[in-house]
Each structure stands twice: as C-alpha cells, then as structure tokens.
Design a protein around this ligand. Structure first.
Ligand code: LLP
Length: 421
C-alpha cells in the first residue's frame, strides 16, 4: 500500500495535490511520501521482531539525504556501497555503528573513510579485499568487524542483470570455499570476524530462493562455529520484490519473509540484519511528467513526455514495467486507447511503454509513473544535457524540494576549457 491516491478526482501524495507540486516546481519531478517510507520500514521491523535485528536501508535504491533522515530517525541502519553513500548516511545523521559497507570493489580510501567515521561492519567479498582491509586497519591501528559475503549458488529467478547469487556472478566467495577464506580472515591482524553475509538478487517475487540461501547460511553457521569462529551476526541482504504491475502481481509480504527468516536462521542466536531497498523506497515514489505532444504515427500513437530515459532508465535498461496513471482521475468507464509512451531523448530506446492503454491525453496533461522511488532518481543522468530533475518530499499536507533542479549555468559551470583552447 502507498499514499498516492485520487482525492476529489486528482492524484495526491498524502495530503498534497500532485498538480500543486507541478505548478510550483515544474515537470518532470520525483515525489516521495514520508508515510509510505515509514510504513514500509516498520513492516520489516515488525516482521523480524522479536529477533534482535537491524533493518539497513539499501541507500543505492534512493539516496537523497532527506529520505535517509526520515528512515534514520526511525532507527534504521544503512547499507552503503561507496564512499559517497557512506557520506550521505552520515550527512543524514546516521551513526557509524548503524552503517554496513557492502560492495565488490571497495577502495582503500573508502575503507579509511568508513573506519575514521565509524562503521558497524564491512561485508567483504573476496580474499584480496580481506587483505587490503586488514592492511588499512593495521596502518590505522584499528580492527574492523567483518562478515564475508558468501555466494550460495542459488537461482534468484529474477532479471539476469540483477541476480547476484549464482556462481557465475561476480559477488561473494563460493560457499564451498568458506572454510578456507574464514580461516585466512581469522589469521589477519586487522580483522575481527563476526558473521556471514549473503544477498542473492533484487526484485525477487518468490520466497523459495531466499529459503534455499538462508538454509545454506544456517548450515555454514554451524560449520564455521565448529571450526572455531565466532558468528554472532547474519546479514541476509535485500531483494524482496514489489508489485510493479498492480493489476496482476502479488509478491510475498514482508511478514511472510520475516517468518521465513525466523524459520531458517531464527534459532542460531545471531543478530539479524537485512538490507531492503526497493521494498521500502519503490512504492514510496512517483515520477511526474507532462505530455508535450500527442503524435499520431502511421500505425500507432505516441505520447511524448517531458521525462525521458535519463530520468528513469529502468524500462530502457531492464524492460521494466511501471504503471502510468493520469494525474486527473479518468471518469469511470472512460474509453482508453493504446499509446507508445516515449521521452524526447534521441534514441528509440527512450521508450517507457509500448501499446499502453490510457485515456485520451492532451499536451500539458500530467501523468505519473508509479513505483518509481527505487532505482529512479539514483540512476538518472544528464544525457542530452537534460538537467537532473527535482526531488520532492511530502509529509501530510506539506511538501519540500529536497533536491532542486540545477540551472544551465550550474551544469555548464562543471565543464572547464583547457588552457590551450
Ligand atoms: N544489498 C545488496 C548487497 C545489493 O546489491 C542490493 C541491490 C540490495 C541490498 C538491495 O536490493 P533491493 O532490496 O533493493 O532489491 N537497478 C536495479 C536494481 C539493482 C539492485 C542492486 N543491488 C533495478 O532498477 O531494478
């Protein structure tokens, strides 16, 4: 459930009319709902209680500092994958002991940054990374708490670009090599082994792959303990999917996911961490755009919007579906027609949807892409020198611009002409 509903015939974000935001900031823009973010975070904490746990929001899905502050103030931890994300978490006031550092390619400067600012744990993904982290720690005179990400070789049954838990993927160490790698980690002077990490992919719409992976983690916990390691923490990753096509998708609920965690690893006496991104942020955001033209092609009609693939790349990159709804509620039973919904960018890939059935549209009409909070703004670019679009946060009947649209001067000011030109 989210808080984007029609009221008096107009789409609202909580108590704010989308059209009022559009009139103030112009289109396109992203808008996020505080109530939805809060509700989704709480679904996870409720699902995991009474197990000792920390829900670490995957910042990569939506990284605006104001959004992080909403979640951080509720007590959320953060899962970061770069020095930049670490800085965002800290800027949002999240203490280091609630930040976990994931990712296959952490650099030494990034490790140093996190160790200086405070870190809950590093999720280490390879032997060279273990050695690099130990070296950094020794040079700083500290010891870093670590888990090692294991690759359980489980098929997450999701889009191939976002599956991470098969042995051919670049992530983690093969689970059957865990004994050797944990032994090496335990012998390194800068590291303190505290647990196991696993993440098998994103947008999972079936619980079975989670179950297979977590059963392997439970097994491994027993094995590593028998080998003398102290395993007190399990980071179970993110990945729970959301319904993008509301009319025919019903992925599992956080409550069922929590029950699965309790059933598979709940009796190991470990603190549980999870790293959900999409389920917290996805349906907490809309992308709002205006119709520029309705173009009647030879065999189809195009709805040309002022938003494009540079603003929301998921359809172009993964063939992803986003529901598109008019901001003015269509009359019940109003006739629909198929449109190819496209943006102004100069390539055919700049297509949001093909033959999407919508009511008649006019230039200037507003439309909203649902489920655009996750992997929307964070994956945006300035391709075609289209300015990054504003982000708006709504709470009850208030809204605030939490990232402004840059001016052309700001964009051009980042380029410099070398002295010889
Ligand atoms: N933890 C790790 C280590 C991850 O790699 C990811 C996502 C997450 C947590 C959060 O997963 P989530 O709960 O959001 O599914 N850009 C793609 C998704 C990429 C996901 C990358 N890793 C998309 O738009 O679908």
């Amino acid at each position: 459930m989210d808080h984007f509903l029609y009221r008096d015939g107009e789409l609202h974000a909580e108590g704010v009319a989308i059209a009022d935001i559009a009139a103030t900031v112009g289109t396109p823009f992203y808008v996020y709902s505080t109530a939805t973010l809060t509700r989704h975070y709480r679904l996870f904490t409720e699902a995991l209680s009474p197990l000792p746990h920390l829900v670490c929001f995957a910042i990569k899905s939506l990284s605006n500092v104001a959004v992080l502050k909403v979640l951080g103030d509720l007590g959320a931890g953060m899962d970061v994958v770069s020095g930049g994300e670490y800085m965002r978490a800290r800027a949002a006031g999240v203490p280091g002991d609630r930040i976990v550092f994931s990712g296959v390619g952490k650099t030494k400067p990034e490790m140093r940054l996190a160790l200086e600012g405070g870190i809950r744990q590093f999720n280490v993904e390879s032997e060279p990374e273990l050695r690099a982290l130990s070296e950094v720690c020794v040079s700083m005179g500290v010891r870093a708490p670590i888990t090692i990400r294991v690759n359980p070789d489980v098929d997450a049954k999701t889009h191939e670009k976002i599956a991470t838990g098969k042995k051919e993927n670049k992530f983690g160490i093969p689970i059957d090599r865990a004994s050797a790698v944990y032994a090496e980690a335990a012998a390194l002077p800068g590291l303190q082994v505290i647990g196991i990490d696993v993440h098998i992919g994103s947008q999972l719409t079936d619980l079975a792959p989670f179950e297979a992976a977590y059963l392997k983690v439970a097994d491994l916990t027993h094995r590593l303990r028998a080998e003398g390691h102290t395993i007190t923490r399990l980071d179970l990753g993110g990945g729970l999917g959301i319904p993008y096509e509301r009319s025919n998708e019903a992925p599992p609920l956080p409550l069922d996911y929590g029950a699965l965690i309790k059933r598979t690893v709940g009796d190991l006496g470990c603190e549980i961490e999870i790293e959900p991104g999409r389920l917290i942020s996805g349906n907490a955001g809309l992308l709002v755009a205006s119709v520029i033209y309705v173009k009647n092609g030879e065999d189809r009609d195009f709805l040309i919007l002022d938003a494009a693939m540079n603003d929301l790349i998921r359809p172009a990159m993964y063939g992803a579906h986003h529901d598109i709804v008019p901001v003015v509620e269509p009359a019940a039973g109003a006739a629909q027609q198929p449109f190819d919904v496209v943006g102004p960018v100069c390539e055919t890939g700049d297509t949001f949807a093909k033959a999407r059935h919508l009511t008649a549209q006019q230039p200037g009409d507003l439309v909203a892409f649902r489920s655009a909070g996750a992997y929307g703004a964070v994956m945006a670019s300035e391709y075609n020198t289209r300015p990054l679009i504003p982000e708006i946060l709504v709470k009850d009947d208030h809204f605030a611009v939490i990232r402004a649209r840059p001016t052309f001067d700001e964009i051009l000011g980042r380029d410099t002409i070398p002295y010889w030109l």
